[in-house]
Design a binder for this molecule. Structure first.
Ligand code: PXP
Length: 235
């Protein structure tokens, strides 16, 4: 299983003072040198953490896989086609949310999303849809033509912290199995941390985990290099 480190919150910290420290590029390099398989970053419509300059700078200065999380808007499509990241993960976005709180409704927006991802696919970008682990959404993702689904692990992570994760775990398990059988590649992420991530090893066919907050939070105490290495050991 691969690890993509989401470095958005390095930018959150940097933006707190409106200056250049800590450097997003430096952070990404440390993650990769520690063994991470790629860098994930979410350019939000409100630019609350990662800015346009950051994604261009990451693409230019890093020799590693770059996964751009973005909303399905015309503005983001234009940026993706100009930037040409290795992968785009399409996520839903609401202005007031603290983080990406739900999955994409691929089923209801099937036609819009099919048209939206076509130019990305044509440009050779790997396309992933961030969805809840749900049969309807997985089948829709397949019809839309995505290469990957990223299963939203938020509900599992919340349930895990209450010792009540069996139901949500089973949903992830079945969803991964179905997605694989339909020919989709399967990633997962959101809310994963050093305590719950071991359960992901029991979910079949998982290709990559995208983890941000817990790694950046731990890095405050042990350093980013150690935080990434510890996570890699667990997965
Ligand atoms: N995957 C996706 C699609 C996300 O939107 C996020 C949060 O930006 C993550 C993974 C990482 O979540 P966390 O920061 O909770 O590890």
């Amino acid at each position: 299983m691969l690890l993509g480190v989401n470095i958005d919150h390095v930018a959150t910290l940097r933006n707190a003072r409106g200056e250049n420290e800590p450097s997003v590029i430096e952070a990404a390099k440390i993650c990769i040198n520690a063994g991470a398989n790629g860098i994930t970053t979410h350019l939000r419509e409100d630019r609350r953490h990662i800015k346009d300059n950051d994604v261009y700078s990451l693409k230019k200065n890093l020799n590693c896989r770059l996964n751009l999380e973005m909303a399905a808007t015309e503005e983001m499509q234009k940026i993706a086609l100009d930037l040409l990241p290795d992968a785009c993960c399409i996520v839903p976005e609401r202005r007031q949310e603290l983080t990406t709180e739900g999955g994409l409704d691929a089923f209801t927006n099937k036609e819009y999303l099919s048209n939206f991802v076509k130019p990305l696919l044509k440009a050779g970008i790997e396309v992933s849809l961030f969805i809840t682990p749900d049969e309807t959404q997985i089948k829709a993702a397949r019809e839309i033509g995505a290469h990957f689904v990223e299963l939203h692990t938020g509900a599992f992570s919340n349930a895990f912290s209450k010792n009540n994760e069996e139901f949500e775990f089973k949903r992830l398990y079945n969803a991964a199995d179905l997605a694989h059988n339909l020919g989709l590649n399967v990633n997962a992420g959101h809310g994963l941390n050093y305590t719950n991530v071991h359960k992901m090893k029991e979910v079949p066919y998982l290709h990559e985990l995208n983890i941000g907050h817990s790694i950046i939070a731990k890095s405050v105490f042990v350093g980013l290099d150690n935080a990434v290495k510890e996570m890699l050991k667990l997965i």
